[in-house]
Design a protein around this ligand. Structure first.
Ligand code: URA
Length: 437
């Protein structure tokens, strides 16, 4: 078999066989296929697409390029959640402890491997790393112990999981080939299948801050991932959610942790962030068999916030994994950049739109995110968004507070450009667009 012929077949729009796909991914993993050829193949897939069988074969070949996690020593079902990536998305920090608390009675636990932030989107691992001492790179044994003892485990993915994805993702990042439904499906689902959970809830983001800009594309991605999961007898459901503005008031690692702690304490229960986190948690409980109906599941979630069991599950998880649980009740002890700069509205009007991608990039430039994988983070840097889309502003109202160690680099105009302010308010949009199962 020659890689040249595979690229040619895909360029001409032909479907690749399982053997061809396995040959490519084996070559990516052992380094025998040069990056130039993989880059050409990735671009051909972007243009020509892949059918369901090819997407499934690519997912499996990528899953089998490395190790798989065996969670079977922990009794009961394990449920996972994955988001396709957004700005200010801290739902994992909230729903992990909720699922741990609510799943206990039926033996359901929440097993998640998370990523580090890259580009305009943050990563759960970095947000958890704001807790002093917390081990965010658990060994397989520590991961299983956390799952068994606290009902929740979250760790950075180890390098032996899906090495082919790591290589291909790095190539996609520099060849403008990230936004492809089969490539995103295979990248995400290979890692999820290797992670060993029995059930998976997907949060597919749609809008200006997401990979999928239109509802049609987001729906197609959700369908593709659900189909791949189903083919592997995974219990799976996707929620398509709006990512046209940052989720919640915080962008940046420690700030996002503070906001998550507020939600777990029962604050802002009507916010999109709380509603989305609670719904995702409820769907996880349903898929994992810990509830029979969505209403029952939502009521259980709500009770775990009211009675403090979700909070205690977080405390247990942090304490077991080396973190300082005291800081959870004392957020002033979390990392915080030395300076803050207030950005004020130059005009009166309603916020009609907020460019979440641009805000994510600004937060990255403050040190809250990485331009390249090896970059060091400033965990205390970030942006507080004071008013969501739809709010009325007076001239001089503070719209953003920017937390930074380099205040001289903050250009207020760059922040104000992310807003569209106009005399009329637009109809508010729901956070949940549709579900796919
Ligand atoms: N997240 C991933 O892990 N892979 C993609 O391709 C896109 C988002």
């Amino acid at each position: 078999m020659r890689m040249y012929d595979l690229i040619y077949d895909k360029k001409m729009g032909r479907a690749l066989s399982r053997e061809q796909i396995a040959f490519w991914i084996r070559g990516v993993t052992d380094g025998s296929i040069p990056d130039e050829q993989s880059a050409a193949m990735l671009m051909a897939i972007c243009w020509r697409g892949m059918n369901t069988a090819e997407t499934l074969d690519l997912t499996l070949a990528m899953r089998d390029s490395g190790s798989r996690i065996d969670l079977s020593s922990v009794p009961g079902l394990k449920v996972d959640k994955h988001s396709t990536g957004g700005v200010g998305d801290k739902t994992t920090l909230i729903l992990g402890p909720i699922v741990a608390a609510c799943g206990k009675a039926s033996g359901l636990s929440c097993a998640m491997f998370s990523g580090r932030g890259l580009g305009h989107t943050g990563g759960t691992v970095d947000k958890f790393a704001s807790i002093p001492g917390l081990n965010v790179e658990l060994s397989p044994q520590a991961f299983l112990e956390s799952l068994a003892r606290t009902g929740f485990a979250n760790s950075a993915q180890t390098p032996d999981i899906c090495p082919a994805d790591r290589k291909l993702y790095a190539l996609r990042d520099i060849t403008a080939t990230v936004e492809s439904i089969p490539l995103i499906t295979a990248s995400i689902m290979s890692k999820k299948l290797a992670g060993g959970a029995d059930a998976l809830v997907l949060d597919v983001k749609c809008g200006s801050g997401a990979f999928m800009k239109t509802r049609e594309d987001a729906r197609a991605l959700a369908r593709s991932m659900v189909d791949v999961g189903r083919a592997h007898r995974l219990r799976i459901k996707a929620l398509v959610t709006r990512m046209d503005e940052p989720l919640g008031w915080a962008i940046g690692n420690a700030l996002e942790l503070v906001e998550s702690l507020e939600i777990l304490r029962g604050q802002h229960p009507e916010s999109d962030l709380a509603r989305m986190s609670f719904r995702l948690a409820a769907e996880m409980l349903l898929l994992g068999g810990a509830a029979q109906t969505l209403d029952e599941s939502l009521a259980t979630v709500s009770a775990s916030i009211q009675d403090g069991t979700a909070w205690r599950a977080l405390v247990d998880f942090v304490a077991l994994n080396g973190g300082d649980p005291e800081v959870l009740a004392r957020p002033d002890r979390l990392p915080r950049s030395a300076h803050h700069v207030e950005i004020r509205s130059p005009q009166v009007g309603f916020i009609q739109a907020m460019d979440s991608r641009a805000l994510g990039i600004l937060a990255m430039e403050l040190g809250a995110g990485r331009r390249f994988l090896g970059d060091t983070l400033d965990l205390g840097a970030g942006i507080r968004v004071h008013h969501p889309v739809g709010s009325h502003l007076r001239e001089g109202d503070v719209v953003f507070t920017v937390f930074t160690s380099r205040p001289e680099r903050v250009v207020p105009g760059a922040f104000l450009e992310t807003l569209r302010i106009a005399p009329e308010a637009l109809q508010p949009q729901p956070w949940l667009l549709e579900t796919v199962e």
